[in-house]
Write a protein that binds this ligand. Structure first.
Ligand SMILES: O=C(O)[C@H](O)COP(=O)(O)O
Length: 230
């Protein structure tokens, strides 16, 4: 059986991961540790002889820079980088920029856990036109202001990630491309939920660490078999 592999990686630690702030679509750079995690991820791929020749990233700098570091470390800067907003982190709505521990103190553990890990519950939405609204950013001009996310549940995130999978990833896999995806904690949780048909409760227990390569295997019909962390 010819097993096909897709590599999934959450970006390295960002400056707001370090400060424990809700980030979502806020465009935050990698921390120094995050840059080191990206180099380590590249070396892990090399050691395990996991190769790729096509790459996808979200539109957010922390993912793009993680991918650039991986490509540079592996001498593969020739690889196409295909960026898609549908891989962006879940939009964290009005929580973006706020400290996670302070929100626990203010609203309690249970509520914050629901905002962070439940499948169907969305965070409080941002109001149009405040500083958390990135709808005027030129990188998102094809989304359209009316469709622009203002706070997404994991369920809503899954919807757009599955569109990416069907419209972009599968066609490239069928062209025999070996693919790496660099994205985010929740966009990758949404993808893993979809691929593994994982139920809403079990997926709430999955936490994806920064900078740790995941190998997802597929059979010759492009159906998911299993995944594992390197
Ligand atoms: O956007 C964020 O704050 C993080 O990337 C993911 O946060 P979470 O662990 O609260 O889902």
């Amino acid at each position: 059986m010819s097993v096909k592999k897709v590599i999934l990686i959450r970006h390295g630690q960002s400056k707001w991961n370090l400060l424990n702030k809700f980030t979502g679509w806020n465009d935050v750079e990698l921390s120094d540790l995050g840059k080191k995690e990206a180099v380590k991820a590249a070396n892990l791929l090399k050691m395990n002889k996991i190769n790729f020749n096509y790459s996808f990233s979200s539109m957010l700098t922390r993912s793009i820079h993680t991918l650039w570091i991986i490509l540079k470390t592996l001498n593969k800067t020739w690889v196409t980088v295909d960026k898609d907003w549908k891989l962006n982190e879940r939009h964290y709505g009005a929580l973006q920029g706020l400290n996670k521990d302070e929100m626990v103190k203010k609203y309690g553990e249970e509520k914050v856990h629901k905002w962070r890990r439940s499948y169907k519950i969305s965070p409080p939405k941002i109001k149009n036109f405040n500083s958390l609204f990135s709808g005027y950013d030129e990188r998102y001009e094809n989304i359209g202001l009316n469709n622009f996310p203002k706070g997404e549940s994991l369920e809503l995130t899954e919807k757009r990630v599955v569109e990416f999978w069907k419209e972009k990833l599968l066609p490239h896999m069928k062209l025999q491309k070996k693919i790496i995806i660099v994205a985010h904690g929740n966009s990758l949780r949404a993808l893993i939920k979809y691929l593994g048909n994982i139920d809403d409760v079990l997926i709430s227990r999955l936490d994806i660490p920064t900078g740790s390569p995941i190998v997802y295997e597929f059979n010759k019909n492009y159906l998911p078999i299993r995944y594992y962390f390197l």
